[in-house]
Design a protein around this ligand. Structure first.
Ligand code: AMP
Length: 129
């Protein structure tokens, strides 16, 4: 079982931003930038192109809605999108409010306190509809 399935099952906590029957979005705990969010299908699949085309398009549709909320809630130049990384074998879309290209490089990381994560997630969740 992946760490993201444990989050989906409520076994470990997350800073939730949005959720529906099939997808969940929560803050990345080691963010490239403030508001860095992961969008995850509740059905555990390893790789994005393991998804059916319908599931893939539905994931992108949900990610679009989350990105709109991010743009409203987090001051940034734009929201970047990336499907990358080998760490967690459970599909996840990275949505990252960026101000420069380094924000997309997964090298420079932001440190946030628990209170900052909580407040940020609440602010984004308020803008999600
Ligand atoms: P990757 O598979 O390389 O895209 O990396 C997985 C991403 O998930 C990284 O950006 C981690 O910071 C993030 N991550 C890992 N565990 C958690 C967690 N428990 N809550 C939120 N984000 C996580």
């Amino acid at each position: 079982m992946s760490i993201f399935t444990k989050i989906i099952n409520g076994e470990i906590p997350c800073y939730k931003v949005a959720e529906n029957d099939d997808y969940i979005a929560f803050l990345d705990i080691n963010p490239n930038a403030k508001g860095h969010t992961l969008v995850v299908p509740k059905k555990e699949e390893n790789k994005i192109f393991d998804l059916s085309k319908e599931e893939y398009l539905a994931l992108m549709d949900f990610s679009y809605q989350v990105a709109e909320a991010l743009e409203k809630a987090v001051p940034c130049n734009r929201v970047g999108l990336s499907v990358i990384g080998l760490e967690v074998p459970h599909v996840h879309v990275h949505l990252i409010p960026i101000n420069n290209m380094a924000d997309m490089q997964f090298m420079k990381k932001e440190k946030l306190t628990d209170d900052e994560f909580t407040a940020l997630a609440e602010r984004i969740a308020e803008k999600f509809q």
